[in-house]
Design a protein around this ligand. Sequence first.
Ligand code: SF4
Length: 344
Amino acid sequence: MPNSLLDVPFGEWGRVLELPEKETYRVKQIQEWVFARRAKSFDDMTSLPALLRVKLKESFSLRALKTIGHDVSQKDGSSRMTFETGDKKTFSSVILPSRSRETGEERLSLCLSTQIGCAWRCAFCASGKVHFVRNLFSSEIMEQVMCAEDVTGKKVDSLLFMGMGEPLANYHHVLWALRCLRSPLGFGYGARHVTVSTSGLVPQILKLSQESPKVNLAVSLHAADDETRRKIMPKSSWSVQQILKSVWAYQKQMGNVRVTFEYVLLKGLNDSLRTAQRLSNMLRGRNVWINLIEYNPVPGLAFQKASRDAMEKFEGVLTKRGLFVRMRKPQGADIKAGCGQLSY
Ligand code: SF4
C-alpha cells in the first residue's frame, strides 16, 4: 500500500519531502490544501511547484479510501458508509444526523471505525463476532471524515470513535489521528466535538491522559460488578473499580472533562433496580453522563433488550440520585448500523 501523507506527523513533512530550509513554508501550503481546502489529489495543489507535486505523488497517497456503499436508513436518516481500503479490505462507519436544540439546525456526527473487526469480542456485539483483520492507519481513520463530507456535502460537526474496533487497542494510530483532528493546522475540531470510546483498557486510558490533546472520553461499562461485566465483556481483564480509577485520573489530567459511561441494557442481566442503585452509588457526585442504550439484537446472539418499563425504572433510579442520564435513541438498526451491529 502506498504511504499516506496523513500518516506522517506534521513536524516531519519538511524532512520527508526534502524541502530546503528556505522552502519550509511549503509545508503550511500543503496543510492548507489538505485540510482547509480538502484537496482530493496532489494535482489540485496548484500553488505548489510542479516538481513538488510530482514528488508528493511519487512518495505518498492522499485519499486511499474508496466509498463503495452508502445505505440510508428509511426510519431515522442515519446512514452507513462502506469503504474499501488500498489492500481491498472493507469496513463501515455511520453518519448520525440530529437537530441542534438551540438553533434547530441539522448537525452531523460521525461514528468512526478504528479497526477492521475487533479482537475484544464483547458478547453482545457484531464487531466482536467477526475475525479481527487489522488496525486502521491514522490516515484511514481521518479519511472517513472526508468521505462523510463528500457523501453528505456538509461539514461533520462531531466525531465519535465508536464504530468498529477498540480505539485504544490501536493506540498509536488513534493518537496521531486525534492530534491531527484537534490541531488548528489539521482538521481543527474543538475538544468538545471529539469523543474516544473504550471498553475500558486501563493502561491506555492512563497513557491517553498524558499524551492526547483534550478529548471527551466514553467508557463502555455495561455492568456495576465484575461478575456481570465478565459475562458481557469476557476479554476485559480489569475490574470495574480499576476502570473507574483510571477514568477519574483521565478526568483530572484533562481538566475535569466530562466522561460518558455507556450502558447497554440487557434483559435479566444488568437491568435490575439493584444494579441501578449500585451504579449510582459508584458514579454520583462526578462530572459524568450515563448513556442508557437500547440493545440492537444481533442474529446468533442470545441477548435480549430490556423492556421499556425496566429501562424507564433504571433511568428513574439514576436521575433521582442526581445523575445525568440520556436514553440513547436507537438509530440505523434497519441498515445494520446501530450500536453493536457493525460488521464487515
Ligand atoms: S463493543 Fe466495541 S470493543 Fe466490544 S467487541 Fe464491539 S467494537 Fe469491540
